[in-house]
Design a protein around this ligand. Structure first.
Ligand code: NDP
Length: 300
């Protein structure tokens, strides 16, 4: 087996530190408002990956001293029923954060549901109001995965000013908000996507390469600049032939073994960006609780 030259960015350890650092902040909020910050998570349907994500989110929320309220609805739930639940949670003064686990069943309009969430409780940061605030430099609740990527980059590289960051992928939940966050750090940002010509000519100029595509091991070592910092957001389930029929393993969008020979820093999958996403959700929940209740807190 090849040895890895790059330093592996341990998102799991960093997210653990971040979660621990939130505990005294949560205690301060509890002291001032007399109850724990509360996160309501809505899951519609039985998608197995979503069920695991929701379970992990609830577990980590409680470990940080906050309250988790789960609403599990059947896949036949109508859009109106879901919107009514969102409205009820918006009006519930003891709920600080609302998260609707995506994807939703096809008969429900995701956009309508997300826009129905009170922006002050939109801990996923997907509401147009929060997207607009981020784009205009007045960010409050920022999408969790991009925020997790930024925290990992700051921890690994320190000052990001003047570096060239290339992001592969332009989704509203990862690529676009991450570009805004990196611009605010004074990096030079390029976004590439499925219609970009000669992608590797652009990615080989990147000091920082962030990949959020959803295609197993798409990025090979000839796509990267020697010594680059690679953040792999992708989570792809592929058949694990060594473990046998019906068994799967997770891989990222980056060919880890190959790219790790050339990069200086790289996130693994699993154990890189994934755990940071949940930490940032906790961070947003305590931030929402503090802001709604006029409690001053300082987050890193
Ligand atoms: P989307 O499908 O919404 O977006 C994918 C993006 O990749 C699009 O902009 C698309 O381009 C681009 N793309 C597709 N194929 C190529 C290609 N061959 N070359 C260049 N660009 C391409 O995905 P998400 O942003 O929601 O998620 C991306 C990945 O990140 C997924 O694997 C997902 O599971 C993972 N993820 C992980 C999270 C975590 O916590 N670690 C959280 C969220 C997502 P175009 O716009 O032109 O179609």
């Amino acid at each position: 087996m090849k040895t890895t030259k790059a330093k592996i960015i341990d998102g799991k350890a960093f997210s653990h530190q971040l979660n621990q650092s939130l505990i005294p902040i949560v205690k301060k909020v509890i002291g001032e408002i007399g109850r724990p910050p509360a996160l309501a998570v809505i899951l519609v349907g039985e998608d197995s990956a979503s069920q695991i994500y929701v379970h992990n989110k609830a577990k980590r929320t409680q470990e940080a001293g906050m309250k988790s309220v789960e609403h599990r609805l059947s896949s036949e739930t109508s859009e109106k029923t879901l919107l009514d639940l969102v409205t009820a949670l918006n009006e519930d003064n003891e709920i600080d954060g609302i998260l609707v686990q995506l994807p939703l069943p096809k008969h429900i309009n995701e956009h309508s549901v997300i826009q129905a969430i009170n922006p002050e409780k939109d801990v996923d940061g997907f509401h147009i109001v929060n997207a607009g605030k981020l784009a205009t430099g007045r960010s409050e609740l920022v999408p969790c995965t991009p925020l997790g990527c930024l925290l990992l980059l700051r921890d690994t590289l320190g000052d990001l000013s003047g570096l060239h960051a290339v992001i592969i992928g332009r989704s509203n939940i990862v690529g676009k908000p991450l570009a805004q966050l990196l611009l605010a750090e004074n990096t030079t940002v390029t976004i590439v996507h499925s219609k970009t010509k000669n992608i590797s000519e652009i990615t080989t100029q990147a000091d920082i390469l962030i990949v959020a595509v959803g295609q197993s091991e798409l990025v090979k070592s000839d796509w990267i600049k020697p010594g680059a910092c690679i953040i792999d957001v992708g989570i792809n389930r592929i058949a694990d032939l060594e473990k046998g029929k019906g068994k799967y393993r997770l891989v990222g969008d980056v060919d880890f073994l190959e790219v790790a020979q050339k990069a200086q820093f790289i996130t693994p999958v699993p154990g890189g960006v994934g755990p940071m996403t949940i930490s940032c959700l906790l961070r947003n929940t305590v931030a929402a609780a503090a802001k709604r209740n006029g409690v001053e807190i300082k987050l890193k």
